[in-house]
Design a protein around this ligand. Structure first.
Ligand SMILES: Cc1ncc(COP(=O)(O)O)c(C=O)c1O
Length: 458
């Protein structure tokens, strides 16, 4: 390590608490400090070059070092670096972006509310839906249906919707009324001898049973990621989403599509709900909206929801919700330029062009002794490592082998994320065929090194 990175690492250890990190382990091992990025690559302060196989956090669609985004931010900074949109104020970037989002989103979504993060967007969904149902005189209709292993963020309400133990444990969550349904992941949750179609039917029967048990008049909405990302890249079984939608429609339960990872072309269509065949009443987007060059998220919803909320705001005299940086002009200007780049370079179709190469390339490791399942769609993939291929038995403790595989990935010059023992890939949408081949090759070497490491441990 250089002098600089040594002192930076020491300062980091002395002053920071990192998200999603074992704080005591970080004190021992220090951080990897990323210094710069260009295209699909980043470099750390020690000069190591990595392919960013997760596009940062599933988000840097146009890659690093995109000058057009820096220029858009600089221009807006000079013109109007900040203004809010409270109390009937407005500015052009947030207006133009709302127009653009409505234009590219599924048809019934006509309205936009801005937040700074995906978590806040999903918190806003909860509040919008509660506010609406109170306004409509149905105050009991407040529960949310979500899924185990779903990820919707970490604030009090969105963290409650998230279905992962570490986001609840010792945080006193869930703190809102939510029922978590079975995770729609056939490999892990399908029963012995069950077909995929039978698995789907069982999940739909569970949904019906939960609605029956709780009462449809107490359930406000169903929220899900079309393809589940942060919980371990899980592709829904055939027929799942159209089935969920049909049941929700029958019981007047709103459909919320969390597109924070899926949105803007990750699975092939512009939005994951289009790939998996359902039409949401509400959709949350973030991450690839600005390629994460600026923090920004948005909630899109129907005119019907808007009207109920608008009427109530008129009755009360205001809509008492909003963030200082809602629709921030610099973030909105960057989002507009980012979406322009996605459109000009046809990047929302990249998953259709290049996804098959990534998926097929990784599936050659299906026979690897450590690999239980290779899964994914478009330009998002997961490789689940197991202790026993035949029984699908996981390693214990879960996550130790995955974390070690990620270390070997780094050593091979590939950053991916270990979600438990699933190795997640979600490269920038600008990847080329040659980049994909390199990602696949480096992943293969990381798998082999992990197997050697395990064997050496006996
Ligand atoms: C599907 C989904 N929803 C919500 C979030 C939360 O977004 P944020 O981290 O911006 O709060 C994430 C973050 O990864 C996500 O993947």
């Amino acid at each position: 390590m250089t002098q600089l990175s040594n002192s930076l690492a020491a300062a980091d250890i002395a002053t920071s608490l990192h998200p999603y990190t074992d704080a005591r382990a970080l004190e021992e091992n220090g951080p990897i400090i990323i210094a710069r990025g260009e295209g699909i690559h980043v470099w750390d302060t020690a000069g190591n070059k990595y392919i960013e196989g997760l596009a940062g956090l599933w988000s840097v669609a146009v890659g690093f070092g995109e000058k057009r985004l820096a220029d858009a931010a600089y221009k807006q900074m000079n013109l109007l670096p900040y203004y809010h949109i409270f109390a009937a104020k407005a500015h052009e970037p947030s207006i133009r972006l709302a127009e653009k989002l409505v234009e590219i989103s599924p048809e019934p979504l006509t309205r936009v509310f801005y937040t700074n993060s995906g978590s806040e967007a999903n918190d806003t969904v909860v509040k919008l839906v509660w506010y609406m149902n109170n306004a409509l005189g149905r105050p009991a209709k407040k529960k949310f249906l979500a899924r185990t292993k779903g990820y919707h963020g970490i604030t009090i309400a969105s963290g409650s919707l998230t279905g992962l133990p570490n986001n609840h444990r010792d945080f006193d969550l869930p703190a809102i009324p939510v029922v978590h349904l079975t995770c729609p992941h056939f490999y892990r949750f399908g029963l012995e001898g069950e077909t995929e179609a039978e698995f789907t039917a069982r999940l739909l029967a569970e949904l019906e049973a939960v609605i029956e048990r709780e009462g449809a008049d107490t359930i406000a909405a169903f929220i899900g990621e079309p393809l589940m990302g942060a919980g371990g890249v899980m592709v829904p079984p055939e027929g799942y989403w159209p089935g969920v939608e049909a049941i929700c429609r029958k019981h007047d339960i709103l459909m919320v599509s969390d597109e924070v990872i899926n949105g803007f072309g990750r699975t092939g269509e512009r939005f994951g709900c289009e790939t998996y065949g359902f039409t949401p009443d509400i959709m949350t987007v973030s991450k690839q909206i600005t390629s994460s060059y600026m923090p920004l998220a948005a909630v899109l919803f129907t005119e019907e929801i808007y009207n109920a909320i608008a009427d109530n705001s008129h009755k009360i005299g205001t809509f008492g919700h909003g963030y200082t940086a809602s629709g921030h002009p610099v973030a909105a200007a960057v989002a507009l330029e980012n979406i322009a780049i996605l459109e000009e370079r046809d990047l929302m179709n990249a998953a259709n062009r290049l996804g098959p190469r990534l998926q097929a390339g990784l599936r050659q490791y299906a026979d690897h002794p450590l690999v239980g399942e290779v899964r994914g769609a478009g330009l998002i993939a997961g490789i689940e490592l197991v202790a026993d291929k035949a029984t699908k038995a996981p390693f214990t403790p879960i996550g130790r082998v995955g974390a070690q595989a990620a270390v070997f990935g780094h050593a091979e010059g590939l950053i991916f994320r270990a979600v438990g023992d699933t190795l997640a890939l979600c490269p920038p949408l600008i990847v080329t065929e040659a980049d994909i081949d390199q990602i696949v090759e480096k992943m293969g070497r990381a798998l082999d090194r992990t197997a050697e490491w395990l064997a050496a441990q006996g």
